[in-house]
Design a protein around this ligand. Structure first.
Ligand SMILES: [Zn+2]
Length: 465
């Protein structure tokens, strides 16, 4: 199996919880490649958000939402360090997206979207490097006096804590065991800037000599060093000159406005009860895995007028997912944009998430010399539940859309064999078919198809509960 990094980029976690009075966070997913968080709750929620500094992190609070689980930490990697989910207080679930050291995001570019009051999407802009050492006023090797304060270059991933002495005349910056560059060690530098008279470098510690009445200082951690900057933008007297208020390199808290949801979610259907060998968690909500076929470097079949399978199945799948969520079903997608995902990873994602059913969506093809072959067919591998899911979807499509039926069939497709839940593969028509191709190219038809597939899935859920 060829490794590709983005097969690992879709992190998701299903949070099963006991019924509670407040709304619960039922599902979240962080798409690393698109810096996109989606989450669902089973009660109405209006999130609150802010960006905090040091380290830069986006904090999303869900008032009136509980999480009956310990805190979850999910490592991400790259410019985003991790996603943490925990119970902030008795009535608030908190989601924290922490950026990698030395990175931040522009809070004005964080996009919140509530599809409903229970289904939210948060899009982060591309993280930017925090450049703490810009515009130096004075430079020594590994040390700069900048327009914000002082910058000390440190190797590795810098960490530091800061403390002011009881007599308020010394600011001590401790580097948690990291060593100060050798050219600075045991040096005392005369500064006379920002109210600081001298900076003394020890081995693991930096001492600033300040007047007792001067403002407090803080440490900002960057990618290749630390900045020691005044906490406030108050004017600082330095000798006989007055500097302008000092801008801090990163504000400590920026509140991010979150728009109201686009609409209110309908009441979810009654909670299905467990079926032996089918739904492992009693009274859990249903999680549907939707798998749009192909993607990225694999466009699938190519048919009449260059119609590509991949361009048909993604919009159909996204619409199926939206419709299921609107009906109160939790949904995970193996991909929600045009990217390559291996077959192995598709079922692995669904299995890991313990999805209750798996629906792969494809479009069919046969030779370009057979435009007479048209129609919809649905495959399953084995098992009464898989057959029932296939039948329910095939029937729903035929009830709603006049098109040729090629029937419900058994097939040994990889995704059907390796999914550990009822699994089907729907072929929504032939991109090489004279009747099907123009319809599959039509967005309105694809919406109809999505509605029919979603209805088939919902029918199956109601039959098997
Ligand atoms: Zn296909």
């Amino acid at each position: 199996m060829k490794f590709s990094w983005f097969t690992l980029s879709l992190l998701s976690l299903i949070l099963w919880a006991n019924p509670a009075l407040a709304g619960r966070l039922t599902h979240w997913q962080f798409d690393q490649r698109n810096h996109q968080l989606t989450f669902s709750t089973d009660g109405s929620v209006q999130p609150q958000a802010k960006l905090l500094a040091n380290p830069s992190r986006l904090v999303i609070d869900l008032p009136g939402t509980t999480l009956s689980r310990p805190t979850v930490n999910q490592r991400v990697g790259g410019t985003i360090r991790e996603v943490r989910i925990g119970q902030f207080d008795a009535r608030t679930t908190r989601i924290v997206i922490e950026l990698a050291p030395g990175y931040t995001i522009n809070p004005a570019q964080v996009g919140f979207r509530g599809f409903t009051d229970q289904q939210w999407q948060v899009t982060l802009p591309e993280p930017e490097r925090i450049d703490l050492s810009r515009e130096p006023v004075m430079t020594l090797q590994n040390f700069q006096v900048t327009q914000n304060g002082f910058f000390v270059r440190l190797p590795g991933q810098p960490r530091a804590t800061i403390q002011r002495s009881r007599d308020r005349q010394t600011i001590a910056v401790d580097l948690s065991g990291q060593t100060i560059p050798s050219n600075l060690q045991n040096q005392t530098v005369l500064i006379n800037r920002y109210g600081v008279s001298t900076i003394q470098f020890q081995t693991h510690r930096i001492l600033l000599a300040v007047p007792a009445n001067s403002p407090d200082w803080r440490v900002a951690v960057g990618i290749n060093g630390i900045a020691i900057v005044p906490t406030t933008g108050q004017p600082v007297l330095e000798g006989d000159r007055t500097t302008v208020p000092l801008p801090s390199s990163e504000p400590d808290v920026v509140v991010i406005p979150v728009p109201a949801p686009e609409r209110t979610a309908p009441n979810p259907p009654p909670t299905p009860t467990a079926q032996p060998g089918d739904f492992r968690v009693p009274n859990a909500r249903i999680l549907a895995a939707i798998d749009p076929g192909h993607g990225g470097r694999d466009p699938g079949a190519i048919g009449i007028g260059g119609l590509r399978e991949v361009d048909v199945v993604l919009p159909v799948s996204l619409s199926v997912a939206r419709r299921l969520s609107a009906a109160g079903v939790s949904v995970m997608m193996t991909r929600s944009d045009d990217r390559f995902i291996s077959l192995q990873e598709r079922t692995a994602m669904a299995n890991r998430s313990r999805a209750n059913l798996f629906v792969s969506i494809h479009a069919n093809a046969i030779s370009m010399s057979r435009p007479d072959v048209n129609g919809v067919e649905t495959f399953y591998f084995q098992g009464a539940n898989s057959r029932q899911l296939a039948t329910s979807i095939q029937q729903s499509i035929l009830n709603q859309i006049p098109m040729n039926s090629r029937g419900v069939k058994q097939a040994r497709f990889y995704v059907l064999r390796t999914a550990s839940m009822p699994a089907v593969l729907v072929e929504v028509g032939f991109v090489t078919g004279a009747q099907d191709a123009p319809r599959l190219a039509n967005p309105a038809f694809r919406e109809e198809m999505a509605e029919a597939i979603a209805n088939g899935i919902l029918q199956y859920i109601s039959q098997t509960r």
